[in-house]
Design a protein around this ligand. Sequence first.
Ligand code: AKG
Ligand code: FE2
Length: 280
Amino acid sequence: MGSIIQHKLPIVDFTKENLNLELHDEVFHAMEELFNLPMSTKVQNKSNKPLFGYVGQIPIVPLYKSIGIDDANTMEGMQKFEKVMWPNGNDGFSEVILLFSKLIAELEQWVVRMVFESYGVEKYYESHLNSISYLCRVMKYRNPKKESNMGFVTHTDKNFMTILHQNQVDGLEIKAKDGQWFGVELCPSSFVVMAGDAIMAWSNGRIHSPHHRATMNGNKARYSLGQFLFMKGTVKTPEELVDDKHPLQYKPFDHLEFLDFYSQPENRRLGSAIRTYCGI
Ligand SMILES: O=C(O)CCC(=O)C(=O)O
Ligand SMILES: [Fe+2]
């Protein structure tokens, strides 16, 4: 009888005292070997559609409600959102989200930089940084009343990288590379770093973008906050990550055009939208 591996997310400690070279190895191991670790000014896209317009198109699940804020890491982004939602202002909300979003952007940048350095492609980091854009999503899951406990259907993230935070109610489940599902248990100071389809393509398939979902199992509402990192422009696998052993798996693609592709109803149920869109 085969043994069942009980999966757990690796935890990487990002407190200041721990920011050293060894952390690179831990981050790299977690991103490549495992899947992820716990640890938006409108984008100038051709259709001029805000990012939340893309990732806000989530299959209707009765337990779930969310709102997306483009560029929540900037004062302008937050002010714009505040004006639409609360014409008389809501400084408290904007201050908290701005603070969260800025901090998370910093954490996301650390992780991405470590990944670039571990692959020896840090020369591309600066241009990567210049084409980043963020969407912050505030989510609420109510507890089910005699209905399915599915909070968020199984999916992979279509962006480059996601960072998630939650209240004290767990519910996120991730499918490991071996196909087993496992629940994520988060302590209050932890965040989940989730690889998206765009980093999977960028890394030539080395970093896996895992399927995940959210289920509601208790009787308390779950609140989560997600920050989604997108690229303005083309995502291209560095030539250093392509060789005889690792032939190119994905053609360069425009990230926002990929999101447009995915937003078409006929493409939403594809096994792997990124493979269909630009896989070789
Ligand atoms: O609420 C969560 O923990 C997960 C949400 C999620 O997967 C998403 O927004 O893409
Ligand atoms: Fe997700």
